[in-house]
Design a protein around this ligand. Sequence first.
Ligand code: IVH
Length: 705
Amino acid sequence: MAETAVETLTEAEARAELARLAAALTAANTAYHTLDAPEISDAEYDALKRRNAAIEARFPDLKRGDSPSDQVGAAVAEGFGKVAHRVRMLSLENAFAAEEVTEFDERVRKFLGHAGAIDYTAEPKIDGLSLSLRYEDGMLVQAATRGDGEVGENVTENARTIADIPRKLTGDAPQVLEVRGEVYMSHADFARLNERQEASGDKTFSNPRNAAAGSLRQLDARITASRPLRFFAYSWGELSAPLAATQFDAIQRLRALGFQTNPLTVLCDGPEAMLSHYRLIEAQRATLGYDIDGVVYKVNDLALQARLGFRSSTPRWAIAHKFPAQLAWTELLGIDIQVGRTGALSPVARLRPVTVGGVVVSNATLHNEDYIAGRDSKGEVIRGGKDIRVGDWVQVYRAGDVIPKVADVDLSRRRDGAQPYVFPNICPECGSPAHREEGDSVRRCAGGLICPAQAVERLKHFVSRSAFDIEGLGAKQVEMFFNDATLPVKTPADIFTLSARDAANPLQKLRNRDGFGEVSATKLFAAIEAKRTIPLDRLIFSFGIRHVGEVAAGLLARHYSLWEAFEAAITHASPGSAEWEELTAINGVGDVMAQSLVEAFQNPAERAAIDALAAELTILPVQARGLVDSPVAGLTVVFTGTLEKMTRAEAKARAEALGAKVAGSVSAKTDLVVAGPGAGSKAKDAERLGVRMIDEDGWLELIGG
Ligand code: IVH
């Protein structure tokens, strides 16, 4: 049957056609990805996708909730779906020196109040990208990348193409099992892939890690399938039943269920054994056939892991002991000054390109002016006092993913007449004076929002993942709009007037611009609309005020709850005022942060930008944490006297995890005092103030053990 041309479809026909195409494409996807038995050719598949997209472009309102354009598995798909991790995917604290490993063990034992030795597992830290695999009733149902730890990308179809990842588990598994591990590529496979890429004129990858990431994050799972990816399992997320009582046994269990686990995983009875295994792994590093960048130690007893718990983004029960950084020498061609979001002038070394540990490096950070001059932040001499000059031979190093650094300078190769570097005291972007505050190692442009570099960096921060996270509006697009004559975006509020301004301009529509079309322009406007309603914590973080990071924004939002309350408090706060007292009484908010907030709200340009933005938004209140299911959430608790069943640190961490605030002294604001034997003046204060007092057992009973 001949197809009706998209241009001549009526609305009713288009609706029916979109339904037919969705069904046909779903069937084709299932046949291809799930049953491994394609029923139509790639060309036919692509033609269906194109027709679907063309109809959606003509009738954007008819786009289905389950539109094939939004699904992974074909070249025209626009992006990955998102997956909220039921158990957060964390990162690891790093150690570099042997003493830091000993200190880690001491910290663990101190936290637990454990005098004897503790067992740890030690295993290679694989240099790939982490992946969470969800199994239900033994079947792989979902695979997600780490993303920001809370929300990752749905790469299920891609994961299914990796031979090391079982689609079905062997043997008895918990009904729900999330297996976590690292996707990586071997050296040999990496070299072959790059040869293939080069032969076909495609881009080559700079290292196996990038190749693995680029291969997993393909919208077309057929490309992933053609890439030689591997997987080691080393951890887990949600579980309906425990895997084992120890880390080591849990890993054995994962192996029995069909996963690859690293053969260099061993059990150690303390720091000495850990360090000796570190040396063994380091000695084998070059011949393993895949990249590792250190050794991970984990407390073996899972009950102790549970007691140790987490800090904001890393577990207390594990640490990554990294291998020393990789080094190279090259010439310093010049020093550029970049101006950041808060006005900081950062010197960047432009280098003659050099390979450092397999990656070509042409820029490196020089930190600040003292560093260039040969001093640290306390004014003490570093590098034997050698300064760094343009034209010098410098040593560059990189450790992990962090940006490369200039470590040393070779004076024997310094050219005659080389001049010391003079750090600018005027902003190179806007000409405003650049000052250094007392005790600050950084020179800052005083221009604030009138400095184009600061303004654009603020906007980039504003749209970043933890702030407004507007799909289709990243750093690149922000820069484009910032410099755009027709639809300029100079402050965050301008983002929310884009669509109306575009509609009001009959001549140059966004959809007719380079890099945009009907669909992408409509999508962008919809993505912006979707963020017009925003929770208070994200809004506060999005301002990009110095010293006010994500954690602080959360504290402020939970304290004030409503935008109006927050805005009034900061507007009226000044040292000595009641608002100031309340602000600085928030656990985690100090004078420096409070001052920074107040200054931002008093600066006329900043204030105008904030007010204009707030006028565009619906700001959602934020609830105090944990109100739902903890009996101590929101309470201010003081521990005093000797605790016998846990250490002070553990008690504090548990209480905070349950949403309580732990204070050091008793006042009228204290809700509860937990007093052990030997409690002195604090118990008396509690009595005097009529604060409820319980003993350690009472506390344990209250929090449920
Ligand atoms: S355990 C809660 N074990 O390193 C801790 N991580 O820097 C979960 N990684 O995000 C991680 N090898 O991607 C663990 N043997 C290993 C690892 C490993 C590599 C990665 C992982 C993690 C990152 C943290």
